[in-house]
Design a protein around this ligand. Structure first.
Ligand code: PLP
Length: 474
């Protein structure tokens, strides 16, 4: 087979498999049926000495994977906070792979570089953030916050007269880092990668929704002199709550702190006029993290680091060597904004999804998901024994079961309800522990989910609760 024929045959077979899997989505189980052991047996078919026919390999790959695929492209997926890979984004991703561009520098991938440049401009427009901000196309929110906090670290030290890039972290003035006691786990990981020890983080108290208490921040900031960073949150992982930015920003500004916003999913609320008040004031921050692969539905991996001060961004991330040096006529060098050189051309899929949804499509989808969250709340809130623990403002619900029983019994009942919903295998749900109690976490974020899907989820939750209640305390 010529290599051209080989590509056509393998690509067409893969496309057929992909399309069938997506079309079959509603009929497939929500939760994968294969165990880890079964999957190992399916994949471990031995490393061949001689190469194999490409079409056969694609067939074998699909056969091995399909029983272990989570159906998170389907409307009834409510676990974690995961977008559902928009079909046009997926199609753009096929092209991205086929084109095989290395979006490191402009010269290795001019089209990819300009696609990022333009998509970045549209993202800033859509999110109502300063249009001169610089945008990195990262793998997700974890790396986006890493990038933003790297720039923050460099900049606050520079303002204190210290050159981090030249003199390094050892011996640098201490940076005081303030974050909510309910900051997302990935922020803690980022801070660890960046050399902030756990003991040095200054945790700010939060209210019952997980929102930072601004007066506590003010008191704690007043106790420390020197360079400061404040990490705030737009969209709490369980409640969806936003920190009170209009109260926080003046405090942080007073202390000359860099403010970073983790808005992995919540920042998208800024695209909906009726929800914009939740994020009021956050445009005053210095950097923002938001995911493409969450509410925007871009296929994995897609996250954006947005930084007001481009110079600090480039200082923290830039890579230089003569063989990759830019020329005056070049466009953007994508790798200057991320801790990577060789990299996937992530901008194409973002460009394609933004074009396909348009401003109104993004707004409609996010507004619909938030409406769905309130619809689910309305279906459950008056049922004895079902407690919705958060103010349902965005797309998240934290639900607990049981009423007057001891905490241990209520936790066991909540776990039982989750188990029963999962056994039914119509909806993909999971639990968590929030503020000391077990919860059923619902994140409404799949592109197609509407109130009919929510009615079916509510029916499943109600049936599961009824069964657990009938069985009595566990
Ligand atoms: C608030 C928040 N920050 C960060 C993350 C991590 O995002 P990613 O998995 O894209 O790195 C999440 C994921 O749900 C999140 O909700």
């Amino acid at each position: 087979m010529t290599s051209q024929n080989e590509f056509r045959a393998a690509a067409m077979r893969a496309l057929e498999k992909a399309v069938t899997w997506r079309e079959d989505g509603p009929k497939l189980p929500a939760i994968p049926t294969a165990t880890a052991q079964e999957l190992r047996a399916l994949f471990d078919i031995g490393l061949p000495d001689d190469g194999r026919d490409g079409v056969e390999v694609i067939e074998d790959l699909a056969a091995a994977a399909e029983r272990g695929l989570v159906n998170n492209t389907h409307a009834n997926f409510y676990a974690w906070v995961q977008g559902s890979s928009h079909p046009v984004g997926v199609a753009a991703d096929y092209l991205t792979s086929a084109w095989g561009q290395n979006a490191g520098i402009y010269q290795t991938a001019p089209a990819a570089a300009i696609a990022e440049e333009i998509a970045a401009k549209w993202l800033l427009e859509l999110l109502h953030l300063p249009e001169t901000s610089s945008v990195a196309f990262a793998t997700g929110a974890t790396m986006a916050s890493f990038i933003c906090l790297s720039a923050a670290r460099s900049e606050v030290l520079k303002r204190a007269g210290y050159d981090l890039e030249e003199d390094g972290l050892i011996g640098a003035p201490q940076i005081h880092l303030f974050l909510g006691e309910e900051a997302h786990a990935t922020i803690h990981a980022d801070l660890r990668y960046l050399g902030f020890g756990r003991k040095n983080l200054i945790r700010v108290r939060c209210d019952e929704e997980g929102r930072m208490i601004a007066s506590d921040l003010a008191e704690k900031m007043a106790l420390h002199a020197g360079p400061k960073i404040v990490v705030v949150q737009a969209g709490h992982i369980n409640s969806g709550a936003f920190d009170p930015f209009t109260e926080i920003m003046p405090v942080a500004r007073h202390h000359g702190a860099w403010v970073h916003v983790d808005g992995a999913f919540g920042l998208w609320a800024r695209t909906v006029p009726q929800l914009a008040h939740y994020g009021a004031g956050l445009e005053e921050a210095d950097s923002w993290t938001v995911d493409g692969h969450k509410w925007l539905q871009v296929p994995y991996d897609s996250g954006f680091a947005i930084i007001k001060n481009e110079e600090a961004h480039l200082r923290a991330m830039g890579i230089s060597a003569s063989y990759i040096a830019g020329r005056p006529e070049d466009g953007r060098h994508p790798s200057y904004y991320v801790p990577e050189l060789s990299r996937r051309a992530r901008g194409f899929a973002v460009w394609a999804v933004l074009q396909t949804l348009g401003r109104k499509g993004v707004e409609e989808m996010i507004a619909r998901h938030c409406h769905c969250a309130r619809h689910l709340e309305a279906r459950l809130k008056d049922v004895p024994g079902i407690r919705i623990l958060n103010e349902v403002a965005l797309n998240q619900l934290a639900i607990a079961f049981g009423q007057d029983e001891p905490l241990e019994t209520r936790d066991a009942m909540t776990k039982k309800v989750i188990e029963k919903i999962r056994e039914e295998n119509l909806n993909f749900v999971l639990g968590a522990n929030w503020r000391g109690q077990e919860i059923l976490r619902i994140s409404i974020i799949s592109r197609q989910t509407d109130t009919r899907d929510i009615d079916s989820l509510a029916d499943s939750i109600l049936a599961a609760w009824k069964a657990v209640e009938a069985e009595g305390p566990v």
